[in-house]
Every structure is written in structure tokens, then in C-alpha cells.
Design a binder for this molecule. Sequence first.
Ligand SMILES: Cc1ncc(COP(=O)(O)O)c(C=O)c1O
Length: 458
Amino acid sequence: MAIARIPMAQGLCALCPGGANFRAAICQEEPSKPLTPLKNSSRRGRRGTLPRVKFRDPEGLLRALAGAPLPAAVVDLAAFERNLDRVKAALAARPALGLRVGSKSLRVEALIARLAAGLGARYAGVLCYSARELGWLAGRGHRDLVMGYPVVDPDDARRLATARTQTQVCAMVDDPAHLAVLSAAAVEAGVVLDVAIDLDMAARWPTRRGPGLRLGVLRSPLESVKAVQRLAGQVAATPGLALAGCMGYEAQIAGLRDRVSGRRVLAHALVKAISRPQVRRFRAEVSAALRADGHRLRFFNGGGTGSLDSTRDDPSVTELTVGSGFLGTALFQGLDALDCEPALGFVLPVVRRPSAETATCAGGGYVASGAGGPGGRDRWPVPVFPFGLALTDREGPGEVQTPLVGPGARGLSLGDRVLFVPAKAGELAERFAEYHLVRGGTVEARAPTWRGDAATWG
Ligand SMILES: Cc1ncc(COP(=O)(O)O)c(C=O)c1O
């Protein structure tokens, strides 16, 4: 598993069985151990081992949902609050650092409100993923909303400008072509719209400057300080717009797990070790150059759950974004940055016993987005209770049914309930109108998701 095994010319990761492209995906998956195709009768799980994701009180969650129609989604409030405490503890040494909640990884207003209350003075507002979502949140009294991604649709730009009349709003750009549509909307609404510049935080090996292996995702084209300065000058010169911030999301650090199935992934450690100093240097250089050009930034946003520990220590960063860490789903286990626990799950009924070794649940095809690991299996939900269950490689999680194998499957009967943890947090909210917020074995509240609020924002 040495670096020499990475065929750098093609930019492909030899450590991922699928040969995932570093430029496109940044391997999230298990190192090169070949996958053994699972037979339905296998006692081994989807990666050759049974899942390690565990709720502290899975029986309590199932008990609370005993009367609920299935499928049902559940939030373990105690786990959610412990995750919040872990995030706060991780940031304790930097009291001035703001924390912006990444809405895409929650998509439930009640959870965002609980985080805002729990974070107190550290709460910096919401990083939105859709202009319609931002407009909706502004209308509901949420404050300080940053649109985390560029918009090109005039109606979306108008939504941001209208929201600006209700609260502090910031649009995101990484291209001069993004400015005209924002400017037109701001001028029409009679507001000055704040704009932040999104930086390309990809690292290069051996050095950030010059050719080499690119380690990062394909987001912003702004890979040089000069390019950022040029765009900053254009923002400042555009009617209706004001430069207010920068964002640098180091996906190749935040999106890579340090441990997969309990084993350290050397390739990921290497990508992170190469990236961290480059990321920090680039942010420092951008900050200094923009200051020298006379720009005064209100914020410099960085990071995500998986880079909490390094982004926190970057003196250029004034606020961090965290979303997934509060719900601690399967892909966010095994991070050195935050030892979060699962707080979000869903429950399916067993409806079939096709064989003595197999129990089949209704539904369950809630697969997370992204290229993912071998065959995308790390995007699959994980059955966590009863213990000893695994998905089958042959069918995986299906639109209408999800067969389960493993030692736990033999004891399941029709009507039994199985608790799963999704791979990612936000997307589950697109499949459920409400989450059951559970504490101590009872439902404390039922909270609509974005979808339950009759809104689909993608
Ligand atoms: C701009 C931005 N910041 C931060 C994050 C991190 O979010 P999370 O904490 O949910 O991983 C993301 C995730 O994709 C993102 O796109």
C-alpha cells in the first residue's frame, strides 16, 4: 500500500479496487483488499465483515417507534446532543471561531434550531445548498444565510436578493460569469448583496504549484492567489455586490475516513498529510493578498466535519461548517477529526423469509450520492439492529426490498423491525416527511423534513 502503487500519470487511485479517479472522487473506500462476492448464505457482511456502526440504545429507538407506520426515520436526541457536545469540545480552544451549520446534511428545521440554541454565541448561521431553501429559511426568521454554491438562474439570484431584505445573506461565486446575474437581481431589489469567493482547495503532489497529482474535488477553478484577487476586484467593481467573504472547503481532507472497518487507510493519511500544509498556506496567502488589496472580509469559511481538527487550527479561518457530524451516519465513522456516533436511523419491517438464512425487509433503497467505494457499497445503508445483519452484495438495498443475511437474520420473523443507519445524513430527509425525535425510548417530537415542509430543493 505504498504511494508508489498509485499510477499517477492517469490520476487513478490504485488503492481503490474500482480505480476511483482522484480528481473526481477522492477514494472514500476500503484499501485494495479484493471483495469476496457474498452468497446469500454467507455469515459475512457487505465488506467481508459485519458492520461496526452502533447506536447506544437501539432497543429504545425501536420501542419508541413501536406504533409508527413503517418505514420510519428516527433521530436519537441524546446521541445528537452528545455529537454537538463533541463538536463544541473540539472547538473549545478557539472561542472566537464561528460554526455554520451545513443544511444539506440535516434538512430538518427543528434540528437546525436545536443546533443554533445549543451552539449559542458560536452559531454563525446556515450554509445553504439551494437558493429556494435559503429564501424559505429567511422567511422563517433564520439569520445569516450563506448560499454555499453558485447560482446561475435569475430567479435564484432574485431569491437571494429578496432574502437580503430579511437577513444577512451571502452568495457564492468562483467565476466572473456568476456576477452579472447576482448584480441584476441586487439592483432590481435595491439591495447590496454580499458575495463570497469559493477557492479551489485541491492539493498537488509533490507541490501545489506546477504539475503533479491533483488531490481534491472539482469545484472552484480558483487555484491561484492572483485568480482570487482578480475576481475579488471584479466583485468590488460590480454594482449591487460587495465582497464579504471567502470559502475554502478542503474536501480531500474532510471527505476521507482515517479508518475503514477499523483499519487505518494509509493512502488517506498520505493525502491528508500532503494537503494540510498546502491548504493552510493557500488560505493565508489569499487572506493577506485580499487585505493588501484593501478588501475587508467579514468571514473566511472552511472545512467540514471530517477536517474539524485541522481547519479549527488554521488562523485564517473565522468560521467552520459542520453538518454531518451532528448525525454521525455511517460514512462519518472512523474520522480522527470527530469521534461522532450515529444519531440518525430508519426502521423497516421484515416482510419475507426467502430462506432460513435470509430475512427481507420492505423498501430500504436509500443509497447516498457520490462515486463511493467498491461498487458504491459504502453508500449503502447499514443494518445495525438486531445485531449480526448484513446486506447482500447481489441485491444490496432495493427500491422495494432489502434482503438481509448474517447470523442475526435467522432469528427474524415477519413483522420484526430492523434499524438501519444511512451512509450520509441529509439525503434520507428526501425520503421521509418527518423524523421521530426520540429520547429514552419515547418520541419527544415529530419534526418535518424539508420534504415534509412540502419543499423539494434537490
Ligand atoms: C461547502 C461545504 N462545506 C462544508 C461541507 C461539509 O459538510 P459536512 O460537515 O456535512 O461533511 C460540505 C459538504 O459537502 C460542503 O459542500
